[in-house]
Structures are given as C-alpha cells and as structure tokens.
Design a protein around this ligand. Structure first.
Ligand code: CO
Length: 497
C-alpha cells in the first residue's frame, strides 16, 4: 500500500464488511426467525473480527502516517486525518481489554433485562459496577485533557467536553426548568383523540405519504416495522428505516417515522462517490440527531405541517378524527407534561431526562459517585427537575438499555441534536423565502435542498462546531432552542410573557 488510491481501496473494503454486518443486523431486527439467533450472532462476530483486523492492519497504519505527511488537497488531507484518528483510537485497545469489555457487556445486558423484569436494581448493580470500572479504565486508555468523561463524549460527539456541556445544561436548568413549571400551572390540553383504534395498515400507508413528502427516496430505501425504531444504511443508495405501530396510539408511528425519516434523509444525502471514506460518512451523532429532530419537531410538530396534512389524516381515519379541528390536533400533539420515561417525553421535558443522565454519568466516571448510589441520586434528581416521585426502579434508573451496553457519553447527543436543529431551522427560515408557508402547502423540497447543501454533502469534511459556525455564523447556542420553545409553547398554553 503506497498511494492515495490504495487508501481508498482499503477503506472501501472495510466499509464493505461493516455494511454487510449492518445487513445482518437489520435482518435480525426485522425478519429473522427466532431459532436463528445463535448462528446469526456467530456470523456477525466472525465478520466483525475480520473487519477489526483489516481496519487495524499495520500496513494500513503505515500508509496513513506516510500520506499524512504528503502534500494533498484539503479534502484528501481531511480524509486522511480522520482515518488516522480512527486508526489510532482502535489501536489503543488491547485484544484482552476488548474481549473483557465485550464479555462484561453481554453479561450486563442479561443482568439488566432480569433486573428490569423483576424491578430490582440489586440484580444489575454488581455487573454494572464491573462495567463502570472498565469504562473508567477506557477513559484512561483513550486519554483526556480535563475530565475523564471527555474521553467518552469524544466517541459519540467528537471534541465535545464536560466544560462545554456544563454550560449548555446550566442553561437548560436555569431557563427550561422554570418555563416547564410555568406551563404546568396553565390550562392543560387533552390528547385522548390520539388513543383510539387506528388500523395498522392505514397507519403505515399514511406515514409512507409523509416520508415521500419529506423527500425520502423509496428507490434507495424502504420502511419496515420493528420493536425499537431505527435507521440503518448499507451505502447512501440503500438507507432503511423502521417504525413502531401501536393500534391504540397514533402518536407512536407518526413521530417514529418522521424522526427516522430525518436520519435517513441525511444518509441518502451523503455523496455515493465518497463511499467508505470519512467524507462519505456522517459527521457526529449530534449532527445526525439534528437531522431527525428538525423534521420531527421543527417541521413535524408545527401547525404549518398539519395545516397541509391533517385533512389527509382525517380522510384515512374519518370516524376517529372527522370531528376534530386541526388546532385541537396541534394542541394534542404538543402536550408538555413531566413523565418518567425519556423515549415518550415531549420535546421540552425530554432534555431534563438527558440532563439527569449527563450529570450522573459524569460523576460516575470520575469516581465522585458509585453504582450503589444510583437509584437514590436518580430519584432525587427526578423530583428536583421534573417534580415527580419515581415509583420504582424499572420506571427509573433501570429504564434504558444504554448503560448495560456500556454506552456512557451517548445521551448528551440527543440534546445537542435538538439544539442544533433549532439553530439550523432558525437559519433556514432566514435563507429560504417564506419557508413556513412552503411547509404549509406541502412543499418541503426547499428545506431538504438547503440541508443537503449545508450539511449532508459534506460528510465528515468539517468538525461539528466548524460546520455550525459556517452555517449560522456562531457556535452551538442554546438560546435558539429556548426562543423556539418559548414562542411556540407560550402560544399553545396561552402564557403571558
Ligand atoms: Co434519533
């Protein structure tokens, strides 16, 4: 391996393997018969081993180092730097550490499932303790400048640090918590209209109309049903979404499909010619989430979107919604109410769930708190920020799968994504003539084209804060989300400024 072309070929090979694993994973979630579970795990593990071997190949490392010293175009240089970062990271792990971590994660996951079912944190605690110990080691292995948690954050949102996130969540605490308390004192709305019987096939057909309207290319993707909605891609020419259907709650499918559709539009918008290269890969999880949230919240939960789409929904479900006005529907889909479970939270209290996990993970990895303390700390924070008493651990500290998977540092990307979304949408409104009116007549194309040009086509060619500054002339700023939230919900809840 000597040339830049050799580098491209090697990257493509790695991508071929990783995307093949993704096909197997997708099939496992969507189609696979239960008896196949063990063999499938074996097949995936074999391919993952080969992929890891090729991506940590010493010759490849030498090539990356050699090319990083050569004179190359900006784009090529950026590709090499990103690949080198990735390569250096993966060579920091010893085989023993990777195997021990993977084994501990499998055991933790089983313990967590049991603990959740029995509603008993003490079943999960010993395994979680082992896992946290390994994660603390991993922070040291990867290295950090100021706070051990920075090493974890960097895995999901490169360059994000405790220092920046402390500022961001301080804003959430100071401004969003009191605003939600103000909403709680106002007249409350009712969403019982969402909880009737809605036929599954009709629900699916309706969301396909929405996806097509957003610009999702069904010739380069498909929608299926799974327990936990997700988006996966095997290139930008095959990007698949899954959604969740509940025949007694219309909300689930609508927000799942639009959210995953937003993720998918990002993947479909990456340049196919950059397949396997950093330039053809998504920037960060926060930016990925910004693309799902902008469609889900800024577009999908707006009155403009439903001024166009509510008639179609009414036609599908006439006996349920024939008598409902679009204003009442709009209020029903935008109810703000503190609740226990993050995944079904509204777009404001959602961030309190994330903030609580951020605060806990940060202290857990620095050793300021220990696993035994988690339920007590968890419940205290829910009382403080959401004003609710957690009835039991399965509604509290045991609710999410993330910790049992060893995913510490992941949660903040959910909030970062929503805040980027508000900032990008605000900018789009300035640059696209009468954007909201266009949404109101079902013309979503200008917004998608704007996102393509500003974000999608660049892949990893810029860092997230660089890209944000390039688009909006400033770094991530919570005030855009706060302004959006205050304007929208003051109107919905008839609040005085
Ligand atoms: Co998402």
């Amino acid at each position: 391996m000597k040339t830049y072309q050799d580098y491209i070929n090697h990257c493509k090979k790695i991508a071929d393997l990783q995307y093949s694993i993704s096909v197997l994973n997708w099939d496992q979630e969507v189609n696979m018969p239960p008896k196949s579970a063990e063999r499938r795990a074996q097949q995936i593990s074999t391919l993952a081993g080969i992929a890891h071997k090729i991506s940590t190949d010493k010759e490849f490392g030498k090539l990356l180092h050699a090319l990083s010293k050569k004179k190359l175009s900006d784009e090529k240089k950026r590709n090499i730097n990103e690949s080198l970062k990735e390569y250096s990271k993966s060579t920091k792990y010893t085989t023993e550490f990777v195997q021990l971590l993977s084994k501990t994660i499998s055991e933790s996951f089983i313990a967590w499932q049991k603990a959740k079912e029995k509603d008993d944190f003490s079943i999960f605690a010993p395994k979680l303790k082992e896992l946290v110990k390994l994660k603390r080691e991993e922070c040291n292995l990867l290295g950090y400048k100021h706070h051990p948690y920075d090493a974890m954050l960097d895995i999901y949102e490169p360059n994000s640090t405790v220092k920046d996130l402390d500022i961001l969540f301080k804003d959430v605490r100071q401004h969003l918590v009191p605003f939600v308390k103000q909403i709680a004192k106002a007249n409350q709305h009712n969403d019982s209209l969402m909880h009737n019987y809605f036929e599954k096939d009709k629900q699916l057909a309706f969301t396909e109309i929405l996806l097509a309207q957003m610009g999702y290319d069904f010739k380069a993707g498909r929608q299926d049903v799974s327990t936990h909605p997700f988006t996966t891609n095997f290139s930008s020419t095959d990007v698949r979404v899954t959604t969740r259907v509940n025949e007694n709650n219309l909300s689930e499918i609508i927000w799942s499909s639009i959210h995953e559709g937003g993720h998918a539009l990002y993947e479909q918008g990456l340049k196919d010619e950059n397949y396997g290269l950093p330039a053809g890969n998504y920037l960060s999880l926060g930016i990925h989430e910004s693309q799902s949230r902008i469609w889900e919240n800024n577009v999908g939960r707006s009155i403009f979107f439903w001024n166009y789409n509510f008639k179609k929904l009414q036609n599908e479900f006439h006996s349920n919604l024939g008598h409902v006005t679009v204003e009442d529907f709009y209020k029903a889909i935008n109810i703000v109410k503190p609740s226990f479970i993050r995944t079904s939270a509204d777009e404001l209290t959602y961030h309190f769930h994330v903030m609580i996990r951020y605060e806990i993970e940060k202290d857990l990895l620095s050793g300021k708190i220990e696993v035994e303390d988690l339920p007590k700390i968890w419940n205290k924070k829910y009382k403080e920020y959401l004003g609710i008493d957690v009835p039991s651990d399965s509604f509290g500290v045991l609710q999410d799968i993330h910790w049992s998977h060893g995913s510490f540092g992941y949660f903040p990307t959910y909030s970062i994504g929503s805040f980027y979304a508000a900032q990008f949408f605000n900018q789009a409104k300035k640059e696209i003539n009468q954007l909201e009116h266009k949404i109101e007549i079902g013309n979503l194309k200008p917004l998608l084209e704007w996102l393509r040009e500003k974000i999608h086509i660049h892949g990893k060619l810029f860092a997230a804060d660089e890209l944000c500054e390039k688009i909006t002339s400033e770094k991530l700023n919570f005030k855009h989300f706060l302004n959006y939230a205050k304007k929208k919900y003051s109107k919905i809840y008839n609040l005085k400024p």
